[in-house]
Design a protein around this ligand. Structure first.
Ligand code: MG
Length: 386
């Protein structure tokens, strides 16, 4: 049991090396929230809120999270005894629906604070909290496989070049963005460039409507290409039509935006609305809900991987720790810092080996990276200490 003695909320803007484009729009600098929690006994922990500027991927935004964290969520946790971090999501959710990205930012920080207090790596604390890990006697992985995400590109030759260089760099999987009008030809170009040994996932971010005959034809063509998975082809809440689509398709449908927690995974499994999950801890409310989803999928053998939200090195640390649980059967979105940022906010920056793996920091307590506070100060556009 411990208390959260102080919490500092910051909004920062971190410039991207190059703009990233998806069906949800283009982003040139990542605007996001950082939290710093302390326990008043010399321990502190940083966490990151993955919400974006606009509600194009998920209903929450940087501004709704700022409000939810400052006015509703942080006051529930401050200056009171906190038990195991696995209980924090429940505490934040009683009588307070939704706002999962805001809840996750706070919940994840509490996990790291608990890990720092115990002097154990975050990955070890997560492994101990996973029922499936405990039952099967498994330990966190020492290294996790990384895939790469490629944004929408108008130029097919450039797209093919990007895919080839990702394979040469060692990435274990390519995930490419598609949208109506940029789908079959780009997917074919990436599959050809990637070659037979690198799986390719096409991510539509919910942009297709099966009642539109042109979209339906594209979905049939995509199915014939030999993609590893088709991610979120239809709107997030459309489990009925996702299930109908999955019956007609050979390619496994992977759900991303459709999965806000364990209940959605249960719906997916029972209805057959997908055969794989892109799991992002920020989207499901934090690490405890993410572990619950991981355990449920690992028990039934459904493929799952840890997705990314253009996180800085702080958010990346959480994803690497989570992806060290062996139920994650597919490579995660765990690109090194240099892929997105001129300069990351953590030291050391995240690096990827030539075999496409990222080392899990299993020899230091907490996140395993230090936050560059001077640089974060320079990037901060507003802050509030509670
Ligand atoms: Mg996605």
């Amino acid at each position: 049991m411990f208390e959260i003695a102080s919490l500092t909320l910051r909004e920062v803007r971190l410039p991207l090396k190059r703009p990233f484009r998806s069906a949800g729009g283009e982003v040139a600098a990542r605007r996001f929230l950082l939290l710093e929690l302390t326990d008043g006994e010399g321990h502190s922990a940083w966490s990151e809120c993955v919400a974006q500027e606009l509600p194009s991927y998920w209903p929450e935004t940087v501004d709704t999270c700022w409000l939810a964290l400052k006015d509703w969520l942080a006051p529930r946790l401050m200056h009171r005894r906190v038990g195991h971090p696995a209980r924090v999501f429940e505490l934040l959710s009683s009588g307070l629906r939704g706002h999962r990205m805001a809840k996750a930012a706070l919940e994840m920080g509490v996990w790291t604070l608990a890990a720092a207090r115990e002097g154990v790596p975050l990955a070890v604390l997560l492994a101990r909290a996973s029922g499936w890990m405990v039952e099967t006697g498994q330990r966190p992985r020492a290294a996790v496989e990384s895939g790469v995400a490629i944004g929408l590109q108008d130029d097919l030759d450039l797209l093919a070049e990007l895919a080839q260089s990702a394979v040469a760099r060692g990435y274990r999987r390519i995930r490419m963005k598609i949208e109506p009008g940029h789908d079959v030809l780009p997917a074919r170009a990436v599959l050809q460039a990637a070659g037979p040994n690198t799986p390719v996932i096409a991510d539509a971010n919910g942009a297709y409507d099966p009642d539109d005959s042109a979209h339906a034809a594209v979905l049939r063509e995509l199915d014939a290409l030999g993609l590893h998975m088709l991610e979120q082809p239809l709107a997030p809440d459309d489990h009925v039509r996702l299930a109908e689509l999955q019956v007609r398709m050979t390619t496994p449908v992977c759900l991303d935006e459709s999965v806000g927690g364990v209940a959605d995974v249960r719906t997916m499994i029972r209805m057959g609305s997908g055969r794989a999950v892109n799991l992002k801890p920020g989207r499901v409310g934090g690490l405890a809900p993410a572990i619950a989803v991981h355990d449920m999928l690992a028990r039934v053998g459904v493929p799952v991987w840890c997705g990314g939200m253009l996180e800085s090195g702080v958010g990346r640390a959480y994803n690497v720790a989570l992806a060290s649980l062996p139920g994650f059967s597919e490579p995660g979105d765990l690109s090194p810092s240099e892929r997105y940022w001129e300069r990351d906010i953590v030291r050391p920056a995240w690096a990827m080996e030539s075999d496409g793996t990222v080392k899990v920091p299993l020899h230091s307590a907490g996140l395993g990276v230090e936050v560059d506070r001077d640089y974060v100060d320079q990037l901060t556009v507003r802050s509030a200490t509670l």
